[in-house]
Design a protein around this ligand. Structure first.
Ligand code: ADP
Length: 218
């Protein structure tokens, strides 16, 4: 039987011998490489690559002059542990913000120039007042109004109905918000006395990048 797990940039299957090593260490650890080799009737040198793989993957840990011991973690537990180290601040992108009185026309231009799908709207004090999405702009463009005369604050989703996150939040929590609220982006904010200052953005693209990094461990 092969156990499939993912580590260090590639997908690896645990061989029967590696699984046996885990069992031996589980029962006898801490145990030296020499003793593991004896259990298996193999030489220490033959086992070296297996022990290296199991240690790198986090199944085993090694301490000098003590030997190998079982960390007690499955591949899934190790993956979960890694996900929990991913914070918003590690993956956030630069936000693109506009003032409340810019026109829908200018907002569309800014969206293209900034190469983003969500704009954050701020007041004169640079505090968050709203969010404008692609569909908000499309909706505003369907009518016959002059897009130069409609300010974004008319069409934006406004505070306090804005979903925000903070740099130290877990990335997985923001990913869940994107799904639960059915939105494409969340402003990363800093709490100010009378509102939020926008300091970043988390989008579905950031989450996709984190997912790829997690698996490929780049
Ligand atoms: P689109 O509508 O272009 O698919 P979204 O799914 O992000 O983009 O937006 C859906 C609606 O939710 C829009 O009306 C938008 O204004 C609003 N919205 C987008 N992001 C947020 C947010 N972080 N908090 C609250 N509302 C948001």
């Amino acid at each position: 039987m092969f156990v499939h797990f993912i580590t260090g940039g590639e997908s690896v299957e645990l061989s029967e011998r590696q699984q046996k090593i885990i069992e031996i260490v589980k029962e006898n650890g801490p145990i030296t490489g020499e003793s593991i080799a004896e259990h298996l009737d193999l030489s220490r040198a033959t086992l070296r690559p297996d022990l290296a793989i199991l240690t790198m993957a986090g199944f085993l840990d090694a301490r000098p002059r003590v030997g190998y011991f079982y960390t007690g973690k499955s591949g899934m537990e190790l993956l979960t542990e890694k996900v929990k180290q991913y914070k918003v601040k590690h993956f956030q992108s630069v936000p693109v913000v506009v003032k409340e009185d810019v026109s829908v026309y200018e907002a569309i231009s800014t969206m293209f120039l900034g190469d983003v799908g969500t704009l954050f709207v701020v007041d004169e004090e640079n505090l968050l007042t709203g969010v404008v999405s692609r569909k908000d702009l499309l909706r505003a463009s369907i009518g016959t109004q002059d897009l130069n005369t409609i300010p974004v604050h008319i069409i934006m989703t406004r505070m306090p109905n804005i979903t925000v996150c903070r740099p130290n939040d877990l990335l997985i929590e923001s990913a869940k918000l994107l799904i639960d609220k059915q939105i494409d982006g969340i402003p990363v904010v800093k709490d100010m006395e009378n509102g939020f200052q926008v300091i970043g953005r988390i989008t579905k693209t950031n989450i996709t990048k984190a997912f790829v990094e997690l698996i490929l461990d780049e």
